[in-house]
Write a protein that binds this ligand. Structure first.
Ligand SMILES: Cc1cc2nc3c(=O)[nH]c(=O)nc-3n(C[C@H](O)[C@H](O)[C@H](O)COP(=O)(O)OP(=O)(O)OC[C@H]3O[C@@H](n4cnc5c(N)ncnc54)[C@H](O)[C@@H]3O)c2cc1C
Length: 302
């Protein structure tokens, strides 16, 4: 990629060069990204995307990188991050309008302070509002789709609000996964008034449950596999005897075996080999096809 592109990007937004994806993901794995840009307005975002399309340069939006398994290869494209400048939110009665780069944990805490209930499920999800909408993130039988009214989207050179029907939410899925060139810029949610103390009590209770059951002190990207119908993925992994199983620096957590941890020096290949072995053993023993929950990014096309 040319110096010329760097100069053109620099006119539109803050740009960093040669940044490790391992520093942009909660798993702490990933190769070097050629450019990382931080647009500071809708106009800058539009200009950056238009430039990259014109120059035919690959790009990828990353939130907190808490749902990404990046390869160790260099990424010869542009990472776009909204968590520096698109992270405001404001309250209007029971509605909250939040920009995509806002932390969903910070937002859930502020909703609780404002006596608004509905985002308690998100208080342990370490992503951005954009990533949570993209994934229809959820926990405790609740998900983003339950509280969203509209999503502000940049697509085909235009910014527009789209309805939740158009977002086609289902379990950890949304239309955004089919349209990788649409960018979630903000989200409008309606919550319910409730006593702040009660909301904080529920959040505390869940935080303690998470801390007891999940290995939150080591790098991971949360659950490795989606839960198949009627059974938890961790039960299947336990059933094949993979609790504590290690390949290189990647290890199945003893505490929660649907988590694979990076114990310090795991490569993307260690992680993927371990996940693939689990899929094979579970298929052999139970005839069930486990699906990865996180997204693989920057791997060679099959
Ligand atoms: C310890 C731990 C616990 C977790 N617990 C849960 C849980 O309980 N429930 C749950 O659902 N998930 C959970 N996760 C997974 C993850 O936190 C969520 O999926 C989260 O919503 C991802 O947000 P992110 O900002 O990190 O997205 P990223 O990982 O940065 O990106 C994920 C995808 O979203 C896309 N994306 C991000 N922002 C935008 C945007 N603005 N516009 C368009 N596309 C965008 C990216 O391009 C990428 O394809 C957990 C992860 C960890 C590490």
């Amino acid at each position: 990629m040319s110096d010329d592109l760097y100069k053109k990007l620099k006119r539109l937004a803050a740009v960093e060069t040669d940044q490790p994806l391992s520093k942009m993901t909660t798993l702490r794995i990933g190769g070097i990204a050629k450019y990382v840009v931080y647009p500071d307005s809708g106009i800058a975002l539009d200009a950056v995307i238009s430039l990259l399309k014109k120059e035919n340069v690959p790009w990828k939006i990353i939130g907190k990188g808490s749902d990404l398994l990046c390869s160790d290869d260099p990424y010869d494209g542009v990472i776009i991050r909204l968590d520096r400048h698109f992270r405001s939110y404001y309250f209007d009665g029971c509605q909250v309008i939040a920009e995509a780069g806002a932390s969903i944990i910070a937002l859930s805490v502020d909703c609780a302070k404002n006596g608004l209930s509905g985002l308690e499920f998100a208080s342990g999800i370490p992503g951005t509002v954009g990533g949570a909408v993209f994934m229809n993130a959820g926990a405790y039988r609740a998900s983003m789709a339950d509280i969203l009214d509209e999503v502000f989207v940049y697509r085909d050179g235009k910014l527009e609000w789209i309805s939740t029907e158009e977002c086609r939410f289902s379990y950890r899925s949304s239309i955004f996964q089919e349209h990788r060139d649409w960018i979630i810029v903000a989200a409008k949610m309606t919550l319910e008034p409730k006593n702040s103390r009660e909301i904080f009590d529920l959040m505390d209770d869940r935080r303690q449950r998470r801390m007891k059951s999940q290995p939150l002190d080591q790098p991971s990207c949360g659950s490795v596999f989606r839960n198949p119908d009627n059974i938890n993925a961790w039960q299947l992994i336990d059933g094949i005897g993979y609790r504590g199983k290690r390949i290189g620096g990647a290890v199945v957590s003893d505490k929660h075996c649907n988590f694979i941890l990076n114990t310090g020096d795991a490569t993307a290949c260690d992680y993927l080999r371990l996940a693939t072995e689990i899929q094979e053993k579970v298929r052999e023993k139970y005839g069930i096809e486990l699906q990865l929950e996180m997204e693989r990014f920057n791997w060679p096309q099959k």
